[in-house]
Design a protein around this ligand. Structure first.
Ligand SMILES: Cc1ncc(COP(=O)(O)O)c(C=O)c1O
Length: 401
């Protein structure tokens, strides 16, 4: 049977109504979700700022959607807590924050190199990181065309071997860069590669070698002649190394989200910003010596009561964490067992009668004095806390609490 155009239109209208209706009415806590505490962000920023001198600025690093927390929400709360600047990785991340109405200075920490992208940066009041004289020349041309200074930060490689001018080369060309009339050097910075290591505070640590290389370079370019240029070096771990590492600004990511980057450094008693929660969708009891989940890599050693939890690796929980994590329910800890599947995982609730279908369990976060941290997951998965946080997918709604 042929369908007329009118019928087609009606059909598609009908379908779109169904979709939008079901999305609007869907409870975001129906399956699995992340709760983000704005107050904790604000608290952490204030706490870290208390380590800085009054004239040292705070850059909140909100790249990768605010380390998976929601960049707009994190930015707004970090600014409430006293953040002066924001750091993102990409042009798109910067544009997103501008379109969200955020007006503080934003530095793009990744490399922007085409004229087209640099122009978009300029037009949206975003500052690019410059690692090359060619980029300086393009920025100067753009500033000249628009008769306005193009604000940029110059990056120096003091030992990370990623972005940045090579130090000796920079000293030779700095006098030429400073002559480019249409760029305004808002900052000169470098990045530490080992500030979270055991020996980082020792005089001969690599972090201190990088710091001294940076100081030497600043002295070689007579930085004192340019008091308006902001000098910055430290991420969270560097910030915790003390005033010698602070210069005019620190760029803080992990600590702001509530986690210390290194077990060797002071415990600042920061507040974790994120809690990961999910619902119990099913409960069953299986006999002794029964395989649980794909591959039967967990075999019960007793009659076992299981709860199925509606979250899996497609939400961002690494499958390599199978049999290595736990959840909290009413202040009690229950171990996860069997392979974590795409959308679900199982926990052993033997001996418990207080867990019911529809109950909430906490995978990351605290309840009644019990806490599970992404630091624990990172250790169990042989990775770093940053990667655990950034792995959470958009399928998990972010709820502001
Ligand atoms: C250039 C730069 N500065 C600062 C940071 C923030 O690091 P952290 O999360 O360790 O504070 C990062 C993050 O990777 C970075 O790339």
């Amino acid at each position: 049977m042929r369908i007329s155009n009118k019928q087609r239109i009606n059909k598609s209208n009908y379908e779109s109504k169904i979709v939008s209706h079901s999305l609007v009415s869907l409870d975001p806590t129906q399956r699995a979700w992340i709760e983000i505490s704005g107050r904790s962000i604000e608290y952490n920023v204030r706490k870290i700022k208390s380590l800085l001198t009054n004239n040292c600025q705070f850059m909140a690093v909100v790249k990768a959607d605010g380390y998976g927390h929601d960049a707009k929400f994190v930015s707004q709360n970090a600014i409430k807590g006293g953040a002066d600047n924001l750091g993102v990785a990409t042009l798109k991340e910067g544009l997103y924050l501008r379109s969200a109405g955020i007006s503080v200075p934003i530095l793009i920490l990744g490399n922007i190199y085409t004229k087209k992208d640099l122009l978009i940066c300029f037009q949206n009041n975003l500052m690019p990181t410059i690692s090359d004289i060619k980029q300086c020349i393009i920025c100067n041309q753009i500033g000249k065309e628009y008769k306005k200074s193009f604000y940029v930060h110059l990056k120096i490689d003091t030992g990370m071997s990623r972005l940045g001018f090579e130090t000796n080369n920079f000293v030779k060309i700095f006098d030429n860069i400073i002559l480019l009339k249409h760029i305004k050097i808002d900052g000169i910075y470098s990045h530490l590669s080992t500030a979270d290591e055991l020996d980082a505070s020792n005089e001969n640590s690599f972090a201190n070698i990088q710091r001294r290389n940076f100081l030497q370079l600043l002295s070689n370019i007579s930085i004192k002649k340019y008091p308006d240029i902001k000098i910055h070096l430290s991420n969270s771990a560097g910030t915790l190394l003390g005033h010698n590492f602070h210069f005019d600004m620190v760029r803080v990511g992990l600590c702001m989200y509530g986690y210390c980057p290194s077990q060797y450094q002071i415990n600042l008693k920061l507040k974790p910003v994120m809690s990961l929660k999910s619902k119990v969708s099913f409960i069953r009891t299986v006999e002794n010596e029964v395989g649980v989940s794909y591959g039967k890599n967990f075999i019960t050693n007793k009659r076992t009561k299981l709860a199925v939890i509606s979250i899996g690796y497609a939400d961002g929980i690494y499958r390599t964490l199978s049999n290595k994590i736990s959840v909290i329910h009413n202040g009690k800890i229950y171990p996860q067992i069997g392979s974590i599947t795409m959308d679900q995982l199982m926990i052993d609730i033997s001996g418990s009668n207080d867990i019911k279908i529809g109950d909430t369990v906490i995978l990351l976060g605290c309840s009644e004095g019990k806490c599970i941290s992404p630091i624990d997951w990172a250790e169990a998965a042989s990775t770093i806390t940053w990667e655990i946080l950034c792995a959470f997918k958009n399928r998990l709604p972010r709820l502001q609490v």
